[in-house]
Design a protein around this ligand. Structure first.
Ligand code: TRP
Length: 337
């Protein structure tokens, strides 16, 4: 690829919080697309460890989960020379710009964030200012890199809207400093539901361990979970009202094999749910196998992890410092002589 072509690539950015390992749902809905996007876009992916502080995690656990999530991103198969993978707290411009953006964000608009309201309810003994300012840190993450597209789930859409509003406001006052980011709408917005309750989204915090598959689950665990997935009593693999469990399994099978729903219905015509569930489990096992195997070797190699973190932070710092410097100058801070 020539340098010119590379410069013309649009930029995609997303960060993920270092919480428990993602589920198959997170993988099919987001992470799998990250790898695909990395071919056509200039991608920046990061671990949002500063955001995680808003719920005061156990320090040892936060450190471990940050390393593990970083290892997972490195295992997705992104090209490390073409894309940036980094840890948010390793790049000081994020905290810096987020403070400046706080001063360009109204109390009223931050108060309207539904996630803030939900989290205030959930952690009512710790409604800290970080929780309130969470969206301006996220706006800083995005705006520092002059990001064109942000792949976001429904729960983060309002935060992206806020980032756009703040960028437009700032540009309106100081001239074109920020690129106004747009949501990235993937081709297949796969929403994967719980294997035990197809009305609920598959979630890593589900109390029932059989409801969700982790991206790192071993093959026999995956097999058992699919075998006990909730279906219906009709015994026909097809799309229809009231067959949400089967439709969910068909969606998973489709995402892993690339087959469409018509092809899947034909493939399993006259076959029972036992055969279908085994086929879905096998497809998921094969889909996740390369990731799990790569992860095991990456997470065990502490010096490789450290090298990648240093390299990622340096690359992210180069891009973000340019934006941060420009912002500081525009608002009138005295540039360090
Ligand atoms: N808030 C996002 C989440 O919890 C994580 C995140 C932080 C993010 N900064 C971001 C996502 C920037 C996209 C872009 O899922």
């Amino acid at each position: 690829m020539t340098n010119v072509a590379q410069e013309q690539k649009k930029r995609v950015l997303s960060l993920i919080q270092p919480t428990a390992m993602p589920t198959l749902g997170n993988y099919l809905g987001a992470l799998k697309n990250w790898k695909e996007m990395s071919r056509d876009y200039d991608c920046i992916f990061g671990i949002a460890d500063l955001h995680a502080l808003t719920s005061r995690p156990n320090p040892g656990e936060l450190r471990r989960q940050t390393l593990e999530m970083f290892a997972l991103l490195l295992s997705l198969g992104l090209d490390p020379d073409e894309n940036i993978v980094f840890v948010q707290s390793h790049v000081c411009a994020h905290s810096e710009l987020s403070w400046i953006l706080n001063c360009y964000t109204q109390f009223g608009e931050a108060s309207r964030m539904t996630q803030f309201k939900e989290k205030s309810h959930k952690q009512s003994d710790n409604i800290n200012i970080g929780l309130f300012a969470y969206p301006t840190l996220m706006a800083a993450d995005i705006l520092l890199y002059l990001t064109n597209f942000v792949p976001v789930g429904a729960d983060q859409k309002q935060h992206l809207e806020l980032a756009r509003d703040v960028a437009e406001r700032f540009n309106g006052i100081y001239g074109n400093v920020f690129t106004v980011p747009e949501p990235f709408i993937g081709k297949k917005g796969a929403k994967i539901m719980s294997l035990q309750d197809p009305a609920a989204k598959m979630s890593k915090s589900d109390a029932n361990p059989k409801a969700s598959v982790s991206v790192l689950d071993e093959p026999d665990t995956i097999f058992k979970k699919f075998k006990s997935a909730v279906t219906d009593s009709e015994a026909q693999v097809r799309r229809a009202e009231g067959k949400d469990g089967i439709v969910n399994l068909m969606t998973i099978y489709s995402c892993c094999t690339g087959k469409d729903f018509d092809a899947i219905e034909r493939e399993f015509e006259g076959k029972g749910y036992g055969d279908f569930k085994s086929a879905v489990a096998e497809a998921v096992i094969e889909e996740l196998r390369p990731l799990r195997e790569k992860y095991k070797s990456v997470v065990a190699d502490k010096s490789y992890l450290a090298d990648c973190a240093v390299k990622g932070a340096a690359a992210a710092a180069r891009v973000s410092a340019r934006t941060a410097d420009k912002v500081k100058k525009k608002v009138g801070l005295w540039q360090k002589p």
